[in-house]
Design a protein around this ligand. Structure first.
Ligand code: F6P
Length: 550
């Protein structure tokens, strides 16, 4: 079952340990150690992590931590926070942590402290948000803004969309937020159909301002606005941009006074803390946005300063590596028991899979280990009635991250107790499983006859020993959400370091982007050169035929 992941010497001790301890049984571990929960849990930045339901013991933990030392994890953490150009293939710094540390000691980049500029950009956002909320910023016919539409994709969509959805309960009541990402016109038209152009504000979010989906949606939205806003239609009152490229923004026709600049040293999937958080601030207000930054900052400080043995992102990353590289797990399920976090798995997919879904290491060699797992998930309890069957009895191990808030905010307290009970029950069931003997005892009680009882008992047996983490927050607030997001950002970074890859580029998305340009020309053009494989040619021909295009 287990791949042989090891070649760098730092992994040798982990592999030796795996040979001895790979078959650890959690039931036994819990039985033998009443302190297992306190031994394998910790609290940081308002987040509690229980990682005791993993197939690890003290030695597992020790060898993994030692591997982290040998991979110079401390050096990489330091280089990231100091702003070295650790994104080697793009020759960029990685400084999203600076965005939540505006009041920290000077951070010198190219001979200049960047924090005053970080603060001033945040103040710009604050002024704009205040103007919109206070009614000083009005549409071209003098009406107040009621609807905000964020048009962006990938990192310019998933993070802000997830946060706005999660913190919906804290949203300013006069503003409704919408997100459009897909180039599929149904995404945009569904949103536009709900809007009044005179009271709508479009935030065009794109670091490059060249991403085709975003630019196509932005142009269609602008046209929709111009067609409907009336004689005084003024794009400048209804379109603002979030981007690192002012020339492209200007070329699109957005007034540079309405540009909120992002940074070259912040990648898309790490950008919700930058001006890309404008839609968040417009939804929950500036104080809420600043609390989000504060929460993340708390996790940053913990990550930067805490020994690995007590360091939550490091632990989450190392346990993930144990599951992925030594226990052979190909996927990771994120299961929030909080409906407000329903978009968290989708957000995490980009963060983890775009960062660490790579097979070439920092030195241009093939990686010696399997890298990012396939990240997926969905909210509990819904998933229990859909895909949990596979998690409990499927042929592949699926490690799980449960996420739950101890206090609910729905006002329906009984619901919350049931929700939490379900979360804890699932984690316990995955760990304990059910032996055939236990199943038989149950069946005897239900008076099944002998033969069918044996048969049924096999179906009702759960192997158990399936790993999970339970991540617990007291309440879902801007601050705790900020800390939760930063926890995963750093976990992903640590895993990248351990696998020896650059987590901050994404060359793998380029090929498809290139091919689409040629295909579109063929779809729209007269000629049909038949220059692809027979499948692609056949599909193209079918499309053109059905649409009377040839
Ligand atoms: O294509 C992938 C990607 O580059 C992501 O990394 C990024 O978050 C997304 O596209 C959007 O990019 P932009 O903000 O430049 O439109």
């Amino acid at each position: 079952m287990t791949p042989d992941p090891v070649s760098p010497s730092c992994w040798k001790a982990v592999q030796d340990h795996y040979r001895e301890a790979g078959q650890l049984d959690m039931r036994e571990l819990f039985h033998n150690d009443p302190n297992r929960f306190s031994r394998f849990s910790l609290e940081a930045a308002g987040i509690f992590l229980d990682f005791s339901k993993n197939r690890i013991n003290e030695d597992t933990f020790r060898v993994l931590v030692e591997a982290a030392r040998q991979q110079d994890l401390a050096g990489w953490v330091d280089r990231m926070f100091r702003g070295e150009k650790i994104n080697l293939t793009e020759n960029r710094r990685v400084l999203h942590t600076a965005l939540r540390n505006q009041h920290g000691p000077p951070l010198i980049v190219d001979g200049k402290d960047i924090l005053p500029a970080v603060r001033s950009k945040l103040e710009n956002i604050g002024r704009f948000v205040e103007a919109v909320h206070g009614g000083d910023w009005r549409g071209c016919t003098g009406k107040r803004v009621k609807d905000i539409v964020n048009i962006g994709i990938g990192g310019s969509d998933l993070g802000p969309r997830m946060v706005v959805d999660a913190l919906h309960g804290y949203a300013v009541s006069s503003i409704k937020s919408h997100f459009v990402a897909n180039v599929d016109g149904t995404d945009l038209s569904r949103v536009l159909s709900q809007l009044d152009p005179q009271t709508s504000l479009f935030v065009i979010a794109s670091k490059t301002f060249q991403t085709p989906e975003t630019m196509i949606n932005a142009r269609s939205a602008r046209q929709w606005f111009l067609d409907r806003a009336g004689p005084g239609a003024n794009v400048a009152r209804h379109f603002v941009a979030v981007s690192a490229d002012s020339a492209e923004v200007q070329a699109f026709g957005i007034d540079l006074a309405n540009l909120f600049e992002t940074w070259d040293w912040v990648g898309g999937r790490y950008s919700l803390w930058s001006a890309n958080g404008l839609s968040i601030a417009l939804s929950i207000g500036m104080a809420g946005f600043e609390d989000l930054l504060k929460g993340a900052r708390g996790m940053d400080e913990h990550f930067r300063t805490t020994p690995f043995e007590k360091n939550m992102p490091v632990i989450l990353a190392l346990v993930g590596i144990w599951n992925r590289n030594f226990l052979g797990a190909q996927t990771l399920a994120t299961l929030p028991y909080d409906h407000r976090l329903q978009l968290f798995p989708a957000y995490l997919q980009q963060l983890d899979m775009e960062s660490n879904g790579k097979t070439i290491d920092r030195h241009g060699r093939n990686t010696s280990m399997q890298t990012a797992p396939i990240v997926w998930g969905g909210v509990g309890t819904n998933g229990q009635h859909a895909f949990y069957q596979l998690i409990h009895q499927g042929s592949d191990p699926v490690p799980v991250d449960f996420i739950v808030a101890l206090q609910g905010d729905s006002g329906l307290e009984m619901h919350h107790r049931v929700l939490v009970a379900n979360c804890f029950a699932q984690a316990e069931a995955l760990m304990r499983g059910k032996t055939t003997d236990e199943a038989l005892v149950e069946l005897t009680a239900s008076a099944e006859d002998g033969e069918s009882m044996q048969d049924l008992a096999r179906h009702k047996t759960f192997a158990g020993n399936r790993p999970s983490n339970t991540i617990v927050i007291d309440r879902l607030t801007s601050k705790s959400l900020g800390a939760l997001i930063a926890l995963y950002e750093h976990k992903v970074f640590v895993q990248g370091v351990m696998w020896g890859i650059n987590s901050f580029d994404q060359w793998g998305v380029e090929l498809g982007k290139k091919l689409v340009t040629g295909l579109l020309e063929e779809i729209e053009g007269e000629s049909f050169p038949n220059r692809h494989d027979s499948s692609t040619n056949g599909l193209l021909a079918r499309f053109k035929d059905r649409n009377g295009m040839r």
